[in-house]
Design a protein around this ligand. Sequence first.
Ligand SMILES: [Zn+2]
Length: 207
Amino acid sequence: MKQPTIHFVGKQQDTFVKSVQLARYLNQEHGNTIVSSTNVDPAVGDAWRILGPGMFGVKVADCLGVVLWETSREFPVYAIHSGWRGSKSGIVAKCAQELVSSGADPLNIKAYFSPSAQACCYEVGAEFMDYFGTQFVVRRNGTFYFDNIAYNVAALTDLHIQAENIQQSSVCTMCNTQFHSYRREGTSKRNVLLVEVGQASVEVTHH
Ligand SMILES: [Zn+2]
């Protein structure tokens, strides 16, 4: 059974220039809309519901990129953009619920969490305790920090996805200058979560 191939491309894009250019992207809006890969471009949304072979991209600079798939089936695969707004609107849980509804056994679901702004740096306002609960907001020296990763891990384990099946990057994009960071650099540049599924189809034209 084929599994998705996942790359997270930061500032060092040399090896992946072609893949980054070839990938399909959504017009992301920090919401919780899931778009099927069978849709015609351009599509607005923050998660791909990948139903066929191809290369799909999610652009992030501090937001969390997530991939969800089931080990016993090639499709669907979900590629998700979840900053705090997406997390607040439950986009990762929404995709996981959909995957389960489509017949996936939660015990066979795997997840990948990309580098993102982590609780070491992700400074937020006190209102985040209302949004996410006190357990996902760390308080240090009177300042609040959001743990977007822990929040989304909990969202998945609540759906009986196993913690050991969630592969989490330990890299914080705000600490690690190898990656674009909106909060550190105010940049419009983005890291790319690349998800390659199946064998990209080769179109052959007969004359
Ligand atoms: Zn950090």
